[in-house]
Design a protein around this ligand. Structure first.
Ligand code: URA
Length: 198
């Protein structure tokens, strides 16, 4: 039932995006258990995700595996998705190659009505956002900041979906900002405790 609803939502989104961008655009949809009570939301797929056709693979997948190990849950038991389902990229002027970039506000606003409908189908109890983009999208508050809200659960209504939100730093940001690692780990242990109350 949820799978059928999701399939038709994804089909509608694909048609909408191809029409909007006037070209066939690869989209990466969710992975994991549609009946999970826990949804993990990242930012957008990168090059590796496009190549493998799934969210959070390559280095991002390794970061996520560490996260899942701490929580002592199984990856297959989670529902994993992204705010933006296409790969935002720019051309590196020196190499001429495509490089991943952060999604623009416009891209987020194109995809967020579909994310609302996705969460209305999945009906999670808990949503864990990874990084600022997913946090701002789910709270629908441009001023929401991961630096202030990380590790603090709150109740959220997103369309008709109602759930607890647990904001985390994006695991990739730990690679660039090593001083966040301790904070990130402390948040993960808070989340582990929080999961017991679900
Ligand atoms: N890969 C994803 O699918 N999402 C992210 O946010 C980062 C890497």
């Amino acid at each position: 039932m949820k799978t059928d609803l999701l399939q038709s939502l994804n089909k509608e989104l694909k048609e909408y995006i191809d029409d909007l961008y006037q070209q066939v655009t690869p989209l990466i949809f969710s992975d994991g258990d549609v009946d999970s009570q826990i949804v993990l939301i990242g930012e957008a797929p990168g090059k590796n995700e496009i190549l493998q056709g799934r969210p959070f693979v390559g280095q991002a997948g390794k970061n996520l595996d560490e996260f899942i190990n701490v929580l002592e849950i199984k990856k297959a038991d989670l529902y994993i998705t992204n705010v933006v389902k296409l790969r935002p990229y720019k051309i590196n002027e020196q190499t001429g190659r495509e490089a991943n970039r952060t999604p623009t506000k416009k891209e987020v606003s194109i995809f967020s009505p579909y994310l609302i409908r996705e969460l209305e189908i999945i009906k999670p109890k808990l949503v864990v956002t990874l990084g600022n983009i997913a946090l701002k999208c789910i709270t629908q508050d441009e001023k929401a900041s991961i630096g202030l809200l990380h590790g603090s659960p709150m109740e959220v209504k997103f369309g008709n979906a109602e759930f607890s939100l647990f904001p985390l730093y994006h695991p990739a940001s730990i690679i660039y900002k090593a001083d966040l690692k301790d904070t990130y780990n402390a948040d993960l242990y808070k989340l582990k405790d929080y999961l017991k109350s679900l």
